[in-house]
Design a protein around this ligand. Sequence first.
Ligand SMILES: Nc1ncnc2c1ncn2[C@@H]1O[C@H](COP(=O)(O)OP(=O)(O)OP(=O)(O)O)[C@@H](O)[C@H]1O
Ligand SMILES: [Mg+2]
Length: 433
Amino acid sequence: MILQAYLHGVHAGNFIQDAAGIFFEYADGYDVAIPVSISLPRFGMAGLGRRGRAQRRIVENFLWGLLPDNPRRLEAIARDPNFGGPCSPNSVMQLIRKVGADCAGALQIVAPEDVDQIVRDGGADPLTEEQIAQNLTHVITTGSVPGSGEHPGAFSLPGAQPKIALLNKDDRWFQPWGSVPSTHIFKPAAMNLEGLVENEHLCLETAAEMGLTTTCSKIAHFGEHVVIVVERYDRVFDGDSVLRVHQEDMCQALGLHPGQKYESDGGPGIAQIDSVLIGSRRAQDDRLAFMKAIIFNFLIEGTDAHAKNYSILHGERGFRLAPLYDIASFLPYHDGRNPRMPMRIADKREYGDVALRHWRQLAKKVRMDEDRLVDALWEMAHQLPDAMAAVVRRCHLAGLKAPILDKVLDGVAARCADQLRLWKLDPVGQNEP
Ligand SMILES: Nc1ncnc2c1ncn2[C@@H]1O[C@H](COP(=O)(O)OP(=O)(O)OP(=O)(O)O)[C@@H](O)[C@H]1O
Ligand SMILES: [Mg+2]
């Protein structure tokens, strides 16, 4: 089986499955500087076989990384009679064939016979608010993605939560298909975590208030659904049309399977992600921004800040750290236990075990100036409660009054005060445990 990969509408290469597995070959004429993934480099793959065939496992991991990382959702997509008919939930090629028309980043992955309809042709069908509500109900109840069999490929985004991707133009919503990309992601409220969408919106806005680069979000209602609508940072407007910008997450960049997104599952830790960012076009800025994101997530108890929640954006002149997305505080859902961090700070796995000296150890490990990291830590713990309070006030003024906003704020303010108290007991962070 062959699937063709198009990047920005240009044929970049082919994913080919044979008896030994899946491999990837760049197309002979592909002369754009942007790779499909930094784990699948265009040059320098000596030893990996004829014409730079990448290691099969990395290729397969990359493809799984484009799909939802929730088995229930994969099974639902596999069962869906639309988009080419049912397939096996274990075949990453067949799954991508069904939903690879609009992926994260600039990739469209399609069967050769679908290229005309998906890459060369495209359009967008207007949607009413009721239709958007129906689409949301569809993804929540079936786990698949909305759409008819009319167009041969749907959209795919990773993550565990159900979601849809739509195009916004002139303040109206459209279901895009083929070459026309989506511009926004809609994530409906989760069943099990009260107010998660408002929580995420608050944390994103607060991170922006603290000077971090984040994705823009808003809370919206469609029928019975409350959703967080996030602007896609992997899209840019060029006059009247929307262009895709390539991105990949840190599991993909490191050649890892999405099942390894948490460090405790064998996934990357802070130092490994930092080592990716050393290759960034603005390495110093991006490494510092990443470290500030780690501090922010530490202070809000962002238990979900795993390697698939950090991405890089590719450009002709190299890559940069993508804006922050999918951040939320676990504090309102605490059951009194000491929760596990998504990535270790020094050798510590749980929030309650981290002291100032562990941040110093982390700074050493990533060869960052220790005092600079510790200064950033103090500064953020001092400023975060006020920044979040300002955002909560703005939300209230805008009519967003979900009780979770104050719960998150109270939790974060208390946690910052606790950390500051702890650090003051050992201001140089050198006491042995
Ligand atoms: N604003 C955005 N612009 C572009 N891509 C995005 C944006 N937000 C999310 N993505 C992409 O979509 C994927 C899924 O989004 P997100 O992380 O918000 O979903 P999730 O289901 O809540 O994830 P998780 O499993 O981490 O809880 C991300 O991993 C990223 O690749
Ligand atoms: Mg996520």
